[in-house]
Structure formats: C-alpha cells, structure tokens
Design a protein around this ligand. Structure first.
Ligand code: NAD
Ligand code: 13P
Length: 639
C-alpha cells in the first residue's frame, strides 16, 4: 500500500529545542529519541491495511481499485487522478462509511506497537500528528482511537452531494483538491503548515512511502526521517532512511526513561521511595521511569548485619520504617556516589543537618541536567544568612531543585491513608515529572509556584510542633493547642515573608502550611518528644531532648530543636551576638531591634527548650518573649 491510499502519517512534534540535524543518521535520531522531551516528529503507517483499498473491498470493487492504486504507485497516474478515479469506482454513501467503520474498527487494523508509541510520546509531552493520503472520514476514527486530536489530523476531504429536502449528504462526488495531501509533495506542505502554527524545533517523520521521505527532502518539512518496514518494505525508502525499523516497539524501547535516586533512608524517605517504586514499576507504554530505584542508605549495623544487606534481602527497612514492603525494585546502596550515578531525578530526604555533607559528597558527581527535589524539612544558618535546603542543593550540585511539602506523617502514608502534598517549583517541566513519580491514589499532589514559601512552611512548622507537644505535656486541651497552632501559623507567615518577600500569602493555607501544621501538632515526632520532655520537666525528673530522641525515636531524628535554635540565631543577633554574627543586609528583619518580640511564640519555645523558661510559658508566650538577662532554669538541658 502506498501513502496515496492509506493512512500514513503520524507526525510528532515538540516545542522544545534540539540542534537541527538535517543530515542526521541513526545516531542523531537515537539521540533525539533518547533526549525526549527535547523533541522530534514522526510520520508513520498506522494501519496494516489501506483504508481506501479496504473500503473498495467492502463495496465489492476491490480489483478495479487496486489496479489504479498500482498505477499511482508506479507513477503512471497522478495522485489526484488516482484518488478521483478510485472514489468514482467506490461510489459509497455516508451510510456505507458508517457500516464500513463498524465492520473494521480501528483496534482491528492498527500496526503493532503504534498505539504504544503514540501513548509513550504523548506522555512525554511530544505532540503527535497524523498525516494521511487517505480520507478524513476514514482517518478520524483511527485518530480518535490513538488519542490524536482532530486538529492534528491532515487528510483529504470527500465532497458530497447534499439532499435539498433533508439537508443530509447523499452521494460521493469527488474530493477537496485544496488540501495539501491531495497533491504530490503534500506531506512536506502539511508539515510546513504545522510549523507555521507551532514553534516546533524538531519534526521527525515516520513513514513507509516515498512521499513520506519527501517530507525531509523539502525545505520547511521534517528534520529527520525514520523508515518503517513493518507492513510493506520499500527498498528505496529503506535505502534513504537514516534509521529503518520493522517494529514500532523498537522506537518505544529507544525512548528516554528517567532513572531515579533516593538520597536518604529514614522513615519519610522509605515511605516516599515505596510510592515511587510503585510508580516506576508499571507495565505501561506511557511509563517514563526506569523500574529500579537506587536508595542511598547511611550504612550502619542492624542486629549484627549491614542495614543495606537486610533491606535488599527483605525489601523492608526494619530500623526506620518497619512493617512496610518498599518494593523489589528498590536497591539499597551504601555508596552515595553510586546511588546518584546516572540519575536523572534525584530525591533528597535526609535530616536537614546532614544535607550539607551530602551535597559536598555529591558535588561534581551528578548527571548534568538532572533535576532534584527535596523532601527535607529544615534550613541552614550560615554567617551570610539563612540557606534553604533547595538553595544549597542548587548551589552545590548546579541543578534545579524543587521541594515536596505537606502533611505527610510517614507511617500514615505507608498505610496508604489519604494525604496531600505540594510540589513547590521553579521549573514546571520538572515539577510535572516529579508529580508523576510521587502521585498515588491516596497521595494527592498539587503544583505550587512558590517553592520558597512551601519550604519555609515545612521548616518552621517543626518549631510550632514543639509548642504543641508542650501543651500536651502540660495536660492542656484542644483550645490551648489551637491557640499555639494559630499563633504559630501567624509567625511562620511573618517570618517567611520577612526573609523572602516574594513568598505568597496563600501558601500558608495550603497543605504545606496549615495542613502540615495540624498533622504535625497532633501526630508528629517533634510533638511526641516535646510532650515527654515537658512531662519530665513537670515531674521534676528532667530529661534531655537527645536522650528522649534516641529513646522514643530509635534512630529517627528530631528536626524542631535544631530548627528552633537556627531560627533564633536569625531572630536575635542584635541582643545576643551569635558565634558567627549574621549579616543579611537585604533583610529588613535583621536590621530591627527587639524583634524577638515580633515572634513571641518562636522565641518563647526557644527559651523553654534551652532551659531559660519553664514549659508553662508556652501558653504565656507574649510574656515569655519579653524577658531579658534570663538564666537557665533549674533542670534545664544546660544543667
Ligand atoms: P529519620 O529521622 O526517620 O531517619 C534518620 C535518617 O538519618 C536515617 O536514614 C539515618 O540512616 C540517617 N542518618 C543518621 N546519621 C546520618 C549521617 N551522619 N549522615 C547522613 N544520614 C544519617 O528520617 P526521615 O523521617 O526520612 O526524615 C528526613 C526528613 O524528612 C527530615 O527533614 C524530616 O523532617 C522530614 N519529614 C519526615 C517525615 C516523617 O514522618 N518522618 C514526614 C515529612 C518530612
Ligand atoms: P515530625 O518530624 O514532627 O514527625 O513531622 C513529620 C512531618 O513533617 C509531617 O508532615
């Protein structure tokens, strides 16, 4: 079958840049495929039989039409004449076409692998077009089945005689000569039209006919050509094609798949890797991810064996996330470089105090162009000022870094209970890719173009959670806790916007703001340890946070105490010069005097955990923040 008579072309295009390689060979094509979604276009034979020939057979005129088809293929009959004469012989009505489509549904006629290829390309953001030398009436059902929009279909249109009485089409009277596909060199013209309307950088044509090949031979047409010989092999096409395939699966297999690395293996890291492993191990042509996820595990002894060995044998992390199967496709590795090697998507989820060391270890070792996302809640305070984890990752690894923040208690997510998170992003493409990586039916993700706001929320709520734990330790009820949560939210917003004025007000109403605050103040580890610490204080048998962290959390880390001290370093430089004086001249808050009082809850919590005030002041924070010249109270951690 020739392109003059069959559905031929799927044209895929993308709006993303790729170096023009008109004289490309297979290597360039392969690179184009593998660098998706950086772009290419394809045109291809999508059915195993020609629609017009099949329609002729359906109408009982197969032989006559085939004879004309062959003449057109020989070049002894022009494309226009061949189409016109074949239509005249077929002489069908709209009702015949309906019956024909019902008798030959698209699924029964598709070339093997074409649906998978188109699905896979569309999932990667590549626009797919269908250019047919046949007729729109016959092509559209196939396009619909392939998920190609009508506006992406180029084909000839049948002309009908219309009944004056009923206003309905009755008799076929030829076809519309104005369509580019009605003429020789119609394909490059169709592609030129596509390019006029869309700023595609690279257009790849897949096809089996000489006129498909023309698409790359004419200025303004496609950039690259892939020959397809799965239905009919044409030596002339095979000889000219830079890449010739007999099976669309070969193209599906060549598409880029993203390799994922998890840096971290604590409770949240394991809950997150479990969701990712479920998403990467799917039998779906739209799957964009390599099945295997390498997870960096800070190596330690677990009951006389290496923790990595135990995880790889049992597919569970018995120390940090017991009772949850992580997935057979998660491989624990003790070397951070090996975990990150070749990864396109790097997920960071370790306690915040370790991230600086991790970044230093990974410097110069990550794949250029990789994208990172931080699940870590916390910040770093340096002499020059505060540094968010995402900023640190960007600076050290020289790659984009989004954040994922929300009310995400690890064990609840392991139990697959409904949870929400936002991905705070600068780069929308990366955020959408990460959304596909994390989203589960029970884990809802929305995209938020305020990465700094989201990260500040995740960081600061850990301080408020300590206050909530104190309220519980004091034996107070929900009204008091609600007061702490409300005031905490006010201070979180004030502090975030003081440091980063571009942070959005609405972010605090998202799941990363008020949502996480509620979850963490009721069910988090910071709350748990602060409650135990407060009770011990009240009982007159004080314990340190370190003791309780190791006793209650069994290796898991508390972030709130460190974060409170870090934030307080920012809040109090004018009163107590920190060991490394802070200088953030652009930040109005640091130029103010007595500004600890602008954050009465943060300040009071910090004074309590450092033993300068007894826990009962948590509900008297307006007073707690006003004292100066405080000495440690009896039984404080400093004792
Ligand atoms: P975790 O507190 O459960 O575990 C501590 C981790 O730190 C372990 O993997 C341990 O191997 C590792 N570790 C110990 N010493 C180390 C060192 N010197 N260098 C590097 N790593 C070391 O961890 P997590 O729950 O995955 O928490 C990671 C981050 O995620 C934190 O910022 C936390 O606030 C945040 N987070 C936690 C939860 C949760 O429910 N656990 C939920 C959301 C966010
Ligand atoms: P904790 O570390 O206090 O458990 O908080 C977990 C968390 O961040 C939930 O979103």
């Amino acid at each position: 079958a020739d392109d003059t008579q069959r559905l031929l072309a799927a044209v895929l295009a993308t709006a993303r840049p790729l170096a023009r390689t008109r004289a490309a060979h297979k290597a360039a094509l392969l690179a184009a495929l593998q660098n998706l979604p950086d772009g290419y276009v394809v045109a291809g034979t999508v059915t195993v039989n020609d629609s017009l020939d099949l329609l002729a057979q359906f109408m009982g005129v197969k032989e006559q039409v085939e004879a004309l088809t062959n003449q057109a293929m020989d070049g002894s009959l022009s494309l226009e004449r061949a189409l016109e004469e074949r239509l005249a012989i077929i002489d069908c009505s709209p009702a015949d076409i309906k019956r024909f489509i019902a008798a030959h549904p698209p699924a029964s006629r598709l070339a093997p692998g074409i649906k998978e290829l188109i699905t896979a390309l569309q999932a990667r953001g590549v626009a797919v077009y269908l250019i047919s030398g046949g007729f729109r009436e016959l092509t559209l059902p196939i396009a619909a089945y392939l998920g190609i929009p009508k506006s992406h279909v180029f084909a000839n249109r049948m002309n009908w005689q219309w009944d004056d009485e009923t206003g309905a089409p009755t008799k076929l009277v030829g076809f519309d000569m104005s369509e580019p596909t009605a003429h020789n060199q119609g394909k490059p013209q169709a592609i030129a039209r596509i390019r006029q309307r869309n700023p595609y950088n690279t257009v790849v044509m897949i096809g089996d006919g000489i006129t498909d090949l023309e698409a790359v031979q004419m200025t303004g047409g496609a950039d690259l050509f892939i020959g397809y010989g799965g239905v009919v092999e044409r030596p002339a096409v095979a000889a000219e094609a830079e890449w010739y395939v007999y099976d669309y699966q070969a193209l599906v297999d060549s598409l880029a798949r993203y390799r994922v690395a998890m840096i971290g293996s604590g409770a949240w890291a394991c809950a997150a890797v479990r969701m990712m492993a479920q998403n990467t191990k799917v039998d779906d042509p739209a799957d964009e991810f390599v099945d295997e996820i390498r997870m960096w595990v800070y190596e330690e002894d677990y009951q006389g064996r290496k923790l990595t060995e135990v995880i790889n044998e049992t597919h569970e992390n018995p120390k940090y996330f017991p009772g949850f199967h992580l997935g057979d496709n998660v491989v624990a590795v003790p070397s951070i470089e090996e975990a990150a090697d070749g990864a396109d998507l790097i997920v960071l989820c370790a306690p915040h105090q370790f991230i600086h060391g991790i970044c230093k270890q990974l410097m110069g070792k990550v794949k250029p162009g990789a994208a990172a996302i931080s699940l870590t809640k916390g910040m770093r305070v340096r002499p020059e000022g505060p540094q968010l984890i995402s900023q640190m990752v960007r600076r050290y690894l020289n790659i984009d870094c989004a954040v994922l923040m929300g009310a995400n208690i690890a064990t609840d997510i392991g139990r697959e209970q409904l949870s929400e998170a936002v991905i705070g992003y600068d780069n929308l493409d990366h955020a959408e890719r990460f959304k596909k990586l994390f989203q589960r039916p029970y884990f809802r993700i929305s995209l938020l173009p305020d990465p700094v706001g989201a990260e500040m929320c995740g960081t600061l709520k850990n301080i408020v959670a300590l206050g909530a734990g104190m309220v519980d330790g004091l034996g107070l009820g929900p009204n008091s806790k609600a007061t702490i949560i409300r005031q905490g939210l006010v201070e979180m917003r004030r502090f975030s916007r003081a440091l980063y004025p571009s942070v959005r007000e609405d972010t605090f109403l998202e799941c990363c703001g008020v949502g996480d605050l509620v979850a963490t103040c009721y069910g988090g580890r910071n709350r748990l340890v602060a409650e135990a610490w407060t009770r011990a204080q009240m009982d007159g048998s004080p314990r340190t946070f370190e003791e309780l962290e190791s006793e209650l959390l069994k290796g898991q880390k508390l972030q709130g105490v460190l974060t409170s001290n870090e934030v307080q370093e920012i809040l109090r430089p004018a009163i107590h010069p920190a060991p490394c004086p802070l200088r953030v001249p652009s930040s109005p808050i640091l130029q103010k005097r007595h500004w600890e009082q602008d954050y009465p809850l943060f300040t009071t919590i910090n004074r309590i955990i450092n033993g300068y005030l007894p826990p009962k002041f948590v509900v008297d924070y307006e007073v707690g923040c006003t004292f100066s010249d405080l000495a440690p109270t009896e039984g404080s951690d400093d004792d």
